[in-house]
Design a protein around this ligand. Structure first.
Ligand code: SAH
Ligand code: SF4
Ligand code: F3S
Length: 429
């Protein structure tokens, strides 16, 4: 291959974002540079997401838009990776025969080969049980914060969710590798590490479980902050709460997806906890770590969700007072158990429920943020926003905008002067 330019577009979650960083790492080691327009690329990668229908549609229209480039330049390689690639290789090749390669999330390493050679095989979606032992380089676009994989796949089979089918079974990465990577990141100047997994709480490397891993990472000198996503509520143990409290670098924030407030719906979702159990964990978290911020995910319009069930979700939001939520309309994913349930909810009702939820939560978020006015927060400076304001985050993961020049990667004490719905404003002390 002559040209060495890659264009990559990423859909989906932080896992996928990080997979893109790894793919760029592989290609950079082969002499590629990233370009920001498909028309300048020799390789185009779409790193896809299958979590909801909308994510699929977005990708399909992007794919359609590059077809003409392939006609202009037959040497161009179009590669589809990520969760749609894993599930729908045949369908994709039928629909878009101009695709060169399809790579599932377990097979990113094959890209090194693709970059150098024409391969006879197009589809690389086989299960890779050894994945947790394969080390891949990464090109991180962020300067202060870095993602680090600790566990791949998911064993939970929540009834609505496609991830266990796209990312395979849980496999934990050996602790030594994680520690090595974090140390190297610290040497490069990174200050904040986010440990990544679909369910970090089930991390297990021989005797080392997730709290033990957190303790080890917390010992590494030079890290300012440690975060992790995502925690499954059923696996949030008292020991983990204690570890979060005791480890000074672990931030006072947890993303703990509730999904629904009705026990009937939680059961249908196969979440394996009741609302009462969830609420008890929230209380334990708040007793141990008083300033902790708690965020969540909510799905509205799961099959068989009645007005009464939905009300329970509203009541949960009011009772818990999350710092923020991501809320989604249930999207039927073929092959999941929820797809076969009776009682699917109309899109109109889902739309109404979503907007009710978002309105209520907006008020809660705003009120919570307002309560921070006048307080002093430790803010890690990340960079600038589009308007040139300095932007950083509190340990509780709230965005703060500051109008003085401050060095990226440093922590400052900031007095919060104003709270908006999604951001805070403040002055350096
Ligand atoms: N592993 C994480 C994240 C999974 S995907 C976890 O367990 O929390 C992120 C969020 O997408 C989920 O928490 C859920 O709220 C939402 N989601 C997943 N599948 C969905 C579907 N079929 N329809 C709507 N929302 C969905
Ligand atoms: Fe999906 Fe549930 Fe696994 Fe999260 S824990 S990835 S929601 S199956
Ligand atoms: Fe999407 Fe796959 Fe992540 S389905 S949300 S990219 S794990």
């Amino acid at each position: 291959m002559q040209g060495r330019a890659v264009y990559i577009k990423t859909f989906g979650c932080q896992m996928n974002e990080h997979d893109s960083e790894r793919m760029l790492g592989i290609l950079e080691s082969k002499g590629f540079i990233e370009v920001d327009e498909p028309k300048h690329a020799d390789i185009i990668i779409f790193n896809t997401c299958a979590i909801r229908e909308k994510a699929e549609q977005k990708f399909m229209s992007s794919l359609g838009r590059v077809k003409y480039l392939k006609k202009k330049n037959p040497e161009l390689k179009i590669i589809i990776s990520g969760c749609i690639a894993q599930l729908q290789s045949e369908h994709l090749l039928n629909k878009a025969p101009y695709i060169n390669y399809i790579i599932g999330p377990d097979n990113l390493h094959i890209l090194a080969n693709i970059a150098e050679n024409e391969l006879p095989q197009k589809v690389f979606t086989h299960e890779n049980t050894d994945m947790a032992n394969i080390e891949l380089p990464a090109v991180r676009k962020t300067l202060v914060k870095a993602w680090v994989n600790i566990i791949y796949g998911c064993n939970n089979y929540c009834a609505y969710c496609i991830v266990p089918y796209t990312r395979g079974r849980e496999r934990s990465r050996p602790m030594e590798r994680i520690i090595e990577e974090v140390k190297a990141l610290v040497e490069q100047g990174y200050k904040e590490i986010t440990l990544l997994g679909q369910n970090v709480n089930s991390y297990k490397d021989k005797e080392v479980d997730f709290p033990a891993l957190l303790e080890e990472v917390n010992k590494i000198e030079g890290i300012e902050r440690i975060r992790f996503v995502t925690s499954h509520p059923k696996d949030l143990s008292q020991r983990l709460i204690k570890t979060m409290k005791d480890c000074n670098k672990v931030c006072e924030h947890i993303h703990l997806p509730l999904q629904a407030g009705s026990n009937k719906i939680l059961k249908l979702m196969n979440r394996k906890y009741t609302y009462e159990e969830y609420f008890e964990k929230v209380n334990l978290l708040r007793e141990s770590i008083p300033d902790i911020s708690i965020t969540s995910d909510i799905i509205v319009g799961f099959p068989q969700e009645t007005d009464k069930d939905f009300e329970k979700t509203l009541n949960a939001l009011i009772e818990i007072q999350f710092d923020g939520i991501f809320a989604f309309k249930f999207s039927m994913r073929p092959g999941t158990t929820a797809a076969n349930l009776d009682g699917h909810i109309s899109n109109d009702i889902k739309t109404k429920r979503l907007s009710t939820i978002l309105n209520i939560q907006d008020e809660i978020t705003e009120r919570k943020n307002k309560s921070l006015e006048g307080t002093i927060q430790e803010v890690l400076i990340e960079g600038k926003d589009e308007d040139g304001l300095i932007i950083g985050r509190t340990k509780t993961n709230k965005i703060v905008k500051i109008s003085s020049e401050l060095q990226r990667g440093k922590v400052f004490k900031v007095k919060i002067t104003k709270a908006n719905r999604h951001t805070l404003e403040g002055n350096v002390l």
